[in-house]
Design a protein around this ligand. Structure first.
Ligand SMILES: Nc1nc2c(c(=O)[nH]1)N[C@H]1C(S)=C(S)[C@@H](COP(=O)(O)OP(=O)(O)OC[C@H]3O[C@@H](n4cnc5c(=O)[nH]c(N)nc54)[C@H](O)[C@@H]3O)O[C@H]1N2
Ligand SMILES: Nc1nc2c(c(=O)[nH]1)N[C@H]1C(S)=C(S)[C@@H](COP(=O)(O)OP(=O)(O)OC[C@H]3O[C@@H](n4cnc5c(=O)[nH]c(N)nc54)[C@H](O)[C@@H]3O)O[C@H]1N2
Ligand SMILES: [Mo]
Length: 764
C-alpha cells in the first residue's frame, strides 16, 4: 500500500489546524527536501534547480507564468517550482512491462496519484481492445494511425486539438498549423477554463487581451490590489514582489473570501539571512473577504466611493486622462450612482466602511496595479468583473504609465504564449490573413470548438478524433462523467504526455499514448541542440533550453510529434515539416512573418532576458473601435443563493499542480492527509448539524435543474463568509455541470457551483 493509499484508506488521520507560520521559509524548505528524497532525485534535482530560470540559458520553470526576476537572481525559484521540475525529472519509469502487467480496467481503479507516480512514459503505446492493455507501437505506425483517422473524416471539424499551457511557442505554432491545414479551428485549450474572461474583457476595454504591466511596474507601484489569487501556492514568486513592495511602504490589499497565506506574511525564498533569523515580512495591509462572486459589487463600490469623493477632491479622478483617452465615462458614472450602497453591501458581503478603506487606499496612491486570477474569472459575470477592474483603473489614469495597470496572474507557464502563437478557436481574421499569405494555404474562417463545446461534440458524435497536446483533459474538464463519456465515444484519442494519467485510461475506440520530452530535457535534432521559447504572464518572450538527458531514448519532442502527425495526415502539405523540426530557428523565422510583434524573432529571443511583445495599451494606444479605452456599465448580477444553498468554489491545494496531486496536504490552510473535504463557515455547519470532519453529501444543482453528487467528503470549518464553501479540483469537477458556463466567456463556472451540503445519509 502506498503512502497515498494509506492516507486515503483513513489510516493517517486527517488533521486541520490554523497555519501560523509565514509563507515560504522553512516550511517550504522542509517540504522540498522531503520531496527530493521521495523522488530519489536529491543530487540531480539540486543541480537542475540551479539552472532554472537562469537568464543565460537554462530552462524555464514548467510551473506558473510569473516572470523571472530581472535583476538576475540566480535562485529565483520557489518550493512549488522545485516540485514541478523534480516531478518531471523523477527516476521512475513506466515502460512496456508495466503496461503488460496491468489492464486498463484495473488501472482505472488506481488513484490519480498512483498513476502519475509510476514515473515518466518511455515509448509510444497503442490500446489493444482484445487484451484491454496498452501495447508498444513504433512511432511510424503511431503517426500512420493518426494520419489514417484524420484523413478518413468526412469533415475536418470532426477533429479537435486540445492544448495544455506547457506547450512551447514553436510547438504551438506547428500545432495550430496542423489543425488549420487540415481545415479546422477546433483548438480548445486550458485557457478556456482559466483566463478566457480576462482576455475578452481586456480586449473590449483596452483593445488587447493581455495585461499591460511588467515586473518593474510591480516594483514601482504604491498600491497593489490582489483579487482571487492564492499566490503563496500558485504563483509563489509573487511573494517576493509583495514582500519587497511592503518594505517600500506600498499598500497591499487582498480581496478573497479566504484569507490565503500570501495575505499575511512571508519569508522571501532566496533571502537566506532572513530565513536563518526566521524573519518574516508582512505581505498585506488590508484583507477584505467578499462572498464568492461578490467582487464586482465590491469594485463598483470602490468606483462609487471615488466618484463621491471627487465632488470635494478634484484629484480623486484624473479628468485629463478621462477626457483624452476614454470613452463611456458618463455611462459608467451613471451606473455607479444608480447602484445603491445597500445593494453593493448586500451583493459583495462587505460593509461600506471596509469598501471605503480600500477606496481610500486607492485614492491616496499615485500608481496602482490591480491583479487577479481564477477567483474572478470562473464566474458567470467574469468578463464584466474584469472590465470593472479596468473602469476603476481608468478613473485615475492608472494605465500606460510606470507602476500602474491591469495584471492578470496567468496559469500554466506558457498559456499566454499559446494564445499569442495561434491557439485560438476564434482566431482574428488579420492573423488568418497573414497565415494564408506566409504559409500558402487557405485557413478555415469559421470559429471552432472550445473546451466545453468539444465535450458536447464528442458526446453527440460530431467530434470523432481528439488530440490532447499535454494536460489531462479527462480530469481537468468539467462534468467528469460527461467528459468521460465524450472521450469514450471518440474513434481515436491521442494523448501527448510525459506521465501516465487518467486521460490515457478514459479513451476512444482506438487510443495512443505518445511520450514526449519535458522542459528540463535536451532536445537534439538534426540541426543540433534546440531551444524553445515561452511567454510569461507579463509578455516577456525568452528561450528555454533543457539540460538533462531525456528520460528515454525513444522520446520525441513536441514539435517532432506534431510534425509526424502532420506528415501522415496531410500528404500533400507544402509545409516543410521536416526542415522545421531539424532546426527550430526555421519555425521562428516563419513565426516572425506571421505573428505581430515577433519581427527579428531569432535574434531578439537570444537576448539575455528575451524581449517584450509590444503592447499598445501600455503606451495609451487603445485598439478599440472608438480608439479609446472603453468604460463598461453592466448591471450588477445577483450572486446570492436561495435558502439553504451554498456557493462552492473549486480550488487548488498547496501540494498539487492542477490534476497532478503531490500529497494530501494543504500546508498553508493547515490541512493534513485529506483532499476529499469541503471548507465551510462555522455557522453554516452548525445550522446543518455538521461537525468537524463529519462526512457529508454534496449535491449540486445545475442551471438546467439537473443534479450531481459527491459522497463521503468531510466537512472542515474555515474562515470563509457564510453561504460560501470551497473544495479541491479535480475531485470536485464531478459537480460542475457541462451546461454551466458563462454566457460572457464560455468558461465553466468552476468558482460558482450551487450546492447543498447535508450530513451523510448512512448507506441503506
Ligand atoms: N502550485 C501550483 N501552482 C499553480 C497551479 C497549481 O495547480 N499548483 N495551477 C496554475 C494554473 S493553470 C492556474 S490558472 C493558476 C491558478 O491560480 P489561482 O487562481 O490562485 O487558483 P485557485 O486555487 O483556483 O484559487 C483561486 C483563489 O480564488 C479564491 N476565490 C474563490 N472564489 C472567489 C471569488 O469569488 N472572489 C475572489 N476574490 N476570490 C475567490 C480562492 O479562495 C483562491 O484563493 O495557478 C497556476 N499555478
Ligand atoms: N473544477 C475546476 N476545474 C478546473 C480548474 C478549476 O479551478 N476548477 N482549473 C482549470 C484550469 S485553470 C486549467 S489550466 C486546467 C488544467 O488542465 P490541464 O492543463 O489539462 O491539466 P494538467 O493537470 O496541468 O496536466 C497534467 C499532465 O500534463 C502532462 N504534462 C506535463 N508536462 C508536460 C509537457 O511538458 N508536455 C506534455 N505534452 N505533457 C506534459 C502530464 O502527463 C500530466 O499528467 O484545469 C481546469 N480545471
Ligand atoms: Mo489555468
Amino acid at each position: 500500500m502506498t503512502a497515498h493509499e494509506e492516507a486515503r484508506s483513513g489510516r493517517k488521520a486527517p488533521k486541520s489546524s490554523p497555519y501560523r507560520h509565514p509563507a515560504a521559509g522553512w516550511g517550504a524548505a522542509k517540504s522540498v527536501a522531503e520531496f527530493l528524497v521521495r523522488e530519489r532525485s536529491l543530487v540531480s534535482g539540486t543541480r537542475a534547480i540551479q539552472r532554472m530560470n537562469h537568464e543565460n540559458g537554462g530552462f524555464d520553470c514548467p510551473g506558473c507564468a510569473w516572470p523571472d526576476d530581472r535583476k538576475g537572481l540566480h535562485l529565483d525559484i520557489c518550493e512549488n517550482g522545485i516540485k514541478h521540475v523534480t516531478w518531471e525529472m523523477t527516476r521512475k519509469r513506466v515502460g512496456r512491462d508495466f503496461f503488460a502487467a496491468h489492464t486498463v480496467t484495473e488501472l482505472m481503479e488506481w488513484s490519480d496519484f498512483d498513476l502519475e507516480n509510476q514515473g515518466r512514459l518511455t515509448e509510444p503505446m497503442v490500446y489493444d481492445q482484445a487484451s484491454d492493455r496498452y501495447l508498444p507501437i513504433t512511432w511510424d505506425d503511431a503517426f500512420a494511425m493518426v494520419g489514417r483517422a484524420l484523413r478518413s473524416l468526412d469533415d475536418p471539424d470532426q477533429a479537435s486539438f486540445y492544448t495544455s499551457g506547457r506547450l512551447s511557442n514553436e510547438g504551438t505554432f506547428l500545432y495550430q498549423l496542423l489543425a488549420r491545414e487540415l481545415g479546422t479551428n477546433n483548438l480548445p485549450d486550458c485557457s478556456n477554463m482559466c483566463h478566457e474572461a480576462s482576455g475578452r474583457a481586456l480586449q473590449a476595454s483596452i483593445g488587447t487581451g493581455k495585461g499591460t504591466v511588467d515586473v518593474n511596474d510591480w516594483q514601482a507601484a504604491d498600491a497593489l490590489f490582489v483579487f482571487g489569487v492564492n499566490a503563496a501556492s500558485n504563483a509563489p514568486r509573487m511573494l517576493t514582489a509583495l514582500a519587497e513592495a511592503y518594505r517600500r511602504g506600498t499598500q497591499i490589499v487582498h480581496i478573497n473570501p479566504m484569507v490565503e497565506a500570501a495575505a499575511r506574511d512571508t519569508i522571501v525564498p532566496h533571502e537566506f539571512v532572513e530565513m536563518a533569523r526566521f524573519h518574516a515580512t508582512p505581505t498585506s495591509t488590508l484583507n477584505l473577504q467578499p462572498r464568492i462572486g461578490g467582487d464586482m459589487a465590491l469594485l463598483r463600490g470602490m468606483a462609487k466611493a471615488l466618484l463621491e469623493a471627487s465632488r470635494t477632491d478634484p484629484d480623486a479622478v484624473d479628468r485629463e486622462f478621462l477626457g483624452r483617452y476614454t470613452h463611456g465615462y458618463a455611462a459608467c458614472r451613471q451606473v455607479c450612482e444608480d447602484t445603491s450602497w445597500e445593494t453593493i453591501e448586500h451583493q459583495s458581503g462587505v460593509a461600506k466602511r471596509d469598501i471605503l478603506k480600500a477606496a481610500d487606499i486607492y485614492r491616496a496612491a499615485d500608481r496602482t496595479i490591480i491583479s487577479w486570477c481564477l477567483g474572478l474569472t470562473q464566474h458567470e459575470h467574469g468578463v464584466d468583473t474584469v472590465r470593472e477592474i479596468v473602469n476603476l483603473l481608468l478613473l485615475r489614469g492608472n494605465i500606460g504609465r510606470e507602476g500602474a495597470g491591469p495584471s492578470p496572474v496567468r496559469g500554466h507557464s506558457n498559456v499566454q504564449g499559446n494564445r499569442t502563437c495561434g491557439i485560438d478557436h476564434r482566431p482574428a481574421p488579420a492573423f488568418l490573413d497573414r497565415l494564408q499569405e506566409v504559409c500558402g494555404f487557405a485557413p478555415p474562417r469559421a470559429h471552432g470548438l472550445d473546451t466545453v463545446r468539444t465535450i458536447e461534440a464528442m458526446n453527440s458524435g460530431r467530434v470523432k478524433v481528439f488530440v490532447g497536446m499535454g494536460g489531462n483533459f479527462a480530469l481537468a474538464a468539467p462534468d467528469t462523467a460527461y467528459t468521460y463519456s465524450g472521450l469514450r465515444n471518440c474513434d481515436l484519442t491521442v494523448q501527448v504526455s510525459t506521465k501516465l494519467n487518467r486521460s490515457h485510461l478514459v479513451h476512444g475506440r482506438q487510443a495512443l499514448i505518445l511520450p514526449c520530452l519535458g522542459r528540463t530535457e535536451k532536445d537534439h535534432q538534426r540541426g543540433g541542440l534546440q531551444s524553445v521559447s515561452v511567454e510569461d504572464a507579463m509578455s516577456m518572450v525568452h528561450l528555454s533550453k533543457g539540460m538533462k538527458r531525456p528520460a528515454s531514448t525513444e522520446l520525441k519532442s513536441e514539435p517532432a510529434i506534431i510534425a509526424g502527425m502532420a506528415r501522415a495526415a496531410l500528404p500533400d502539405s507544402a509545409t516543410p515539416w521536416e526542415a522545421y523540426v531539424d532546426d527550430y530557428d526555421r519555425i521562428r523565422d516563419t513565426m516572425a512573418q506571421v505573428l505581430e510583434g515577433f519581427d527579428d524573432f531569432n535574434r531578439r529571443v537570444r537576448r539575455p532576458l528575451g524581449f517584450r511583445i509590444h503592447q499598445p495599451a501600455r503606451e495609451r494606444v487603445f485598439l478599440t473601435p472608438s480608439g479609446r479605452a472603453e468604460f463598461s456599465h453592466a448591471g450588477l448580477p445577483d450572486v446570492l443563493n436561495a435558502d439553504g444553498t451554498l456557493t462552492l468554489a473549486t480550488i487548488r491545494s498547496h501540494d498539487q499542480w492542477n490534476t497532478t496531486v503531490y500529497s494530501d496536504n494543504d500546508r498553508y490552510r493547515g490541512i493534513k492527509n485529506l483532499r476529499t473535504l469541503v471548507f465551510m463557515n462555522d455557522e453554516d455547519m452548525r445550522e446543518r448539524g455538521i461537525g468537524t470532519f463529519d462526512p457529508v453529501d454534496i449535491v449540486s444543482t445545475a442551471k438546467d435543474g439537473s443534479k450531481r453528487r459527491l459522497d463521503g467528503f468531510l466537512a472542515v470549518p474555515y474562515d470563509i463568509p457564510p453561504g460560501c464553501a470551497a473544495g479541491y479540483m479535480p475531485e470536485m469537477n464531478v459537480l460542475c455541470a457541462i451546461g454551466d458556463y458563462s454566457t460572457q466567456s464560455d468558461q465553466p463556472l468552476m468558482k460558482h457551483v450551487k450546492v447543498t451540503v447535508t450530513p451523510a445519509t448512512p448507506a441503506p
